[in-house]
Ligand binder design. Structure first.
Ligand code: SAM
Ligand code: FES
Length: 346
């Protein structure tokens, strides 16, 4: 089959076999890319129209007990200046987001055991009490199912937990031995069983990653059928073991956004900050490849530069209001429209 025929097949059947994905990922011409993105945008517009949903990201703590080799806030990075926002500050941040027009907040942190389950629940409940129509997404790592259930019962309805890579050997290359893909996948299943809208996803171009690994991820995601998929390039951080590794490419990331839109037509797909970091127009290009979500930063300006997952991370100097207005302007230029809505999975 030609690449165009593969793209037609993917649009019609929402999946390809291993060889089909491999051919697409490794041999697309400029013309094939345009065809992929045209189809991806058409599918996304059939379901979500021209709407782009904003998620206000509150990075509330950069303490982490883990030591993922790629991550700038890993425990052993002694140069990272640690901070945590107080529960009151987190709620105030969400409130500010609401006033700016955000109807979803994403509370993200390292795996910081200082925040007990009870504290997380109190924060969720406090935001919900102020703004019952605001959706709360948590992105705080691997927990017991009983903890996930408590957060859900407190009012959190979505959870982001990228699997990072589905391949066990590749997972080993990216993480210390205490962490396992089996446990991460179990967490994703627990979240789904509880009733969360769940987001999984990968970094593109991590050290040791092959196209076969990426295809394993595509097959896993097709089977898991998540509500959201976070796809962004790996970018090295100078104070991590991967400091000298090359970053993931814009091309591979955009190809994957287009493929995932056709494979999981209904998924909520962010054009990530990491994509905006490797290319000044990265997020716009992501939207034009099939993404329909952007996640502007809502964290207080004083802490933003400390949540440094990778080098050169953008938007660390602006105020929340500036980020919101900037994203609105940028999105309008792509022909899409920011909407003030929760942006639930359809
Ligand atoms: N602790 C939570 C977890 O593990 O899911 C959430 C925070 S973690 C920092 C959020 C995401 O950042 C990870 O899932 C990973 O994909 C991404 N990330 C970390 N280091 C990165 C890097 N060097 N380049 C690109 N993305 C990175
Ligand atoms: Fe824990 Fe990155 S190592 S958030």
């Amino acid at each position: 089959m030609t690449n165009k025929e593969l793209i037609d097949h993917l649009r019609q059947h929402q999946q390809l076999d291993h060889d089909g994905y491999k051919q697409l990922l490794t041999s697309m011409t400029k013309e094939d890319e345009d065809y992929l993105y045209k189809n991806a945008c058409a599918v996304r517009e059939e379901i979500y129209g021209k709407d782009v949903y904003l998620r206000g990201l509150i990075e509330f703590s950069n303490y982490c007990k883990n030591n993922c080799f790629y991550c700038g806030i890993r425990k052993d990075n002694l140069k990272a200046e640690r901070y945590r926002l107080s529960p009151g500050d987190i709620v105030a941040c969400a409130q500010k987001g609401y006033q700016l027009g955000f109807r979803t907040v994403v509370l993200q942190s390292g795996e910081d055991m200082w925040f007990s389950d009870e504290m997380i629940c109190e924060i969720v409940k406090a935001i919900k009490a102020l703004h019952p129509d605001m959706a709360i997404t948590l992105s705080i790592g691997e927990k017991e199912k009983s903890s996930y259930l408590k957060y859900y019962q407190a009012g959190a309805e979505r959870y982001l937990l990228r699997q990072e890579t589905s391949n066990p050997e590749h997972y080993r290359q990216l993480h210390p031995k205490e962490l396992s893909i089996a446990h991460r996948k179990q967490c994703l299943q627990d979240l789904k069983d509880i009733g969360y809208q769940v987001g999984c996803g990968i970094m593109v171009g991590t050290p040791g990653q092959t196209y076969d690994h990426i295809i394993e991820d595509l097959i896993y995601m097709k089977d898991f059928n998540p509500h959201m998929v976070g796809i962004g390039p790996f970018i090295p951080h100078a104070d991590t073991p991967f400091k000298n590794e090359p970053r993931g490419t814009l091309e591979d990331t955009l190809h994957l956004l287009g493929i995932i839109r056709l494979m999981l037509p209904h998924c909520l797909l962010p054009a990530t900050t990491a994509l905006g970091t490797i290319d000044p127009q990265g997020r716009e290009k992501g939207l034009l490849a099939g993404a329909n979500v952007v996640m502007p930063n809502l964290s207080p300006r004083g802490v933003r530069s400390k949540y440094m997952l990778y080098d050169g991370k953008i938007c660390t100097g602006e105020e929340a209001a500036e980020c919101h207005a900037c994203m609105e302007r940028r999105i309008k230029r792509t022909g899409y429209e920011v909407v003030e809505a929760r942006g639930d999975y359809r």
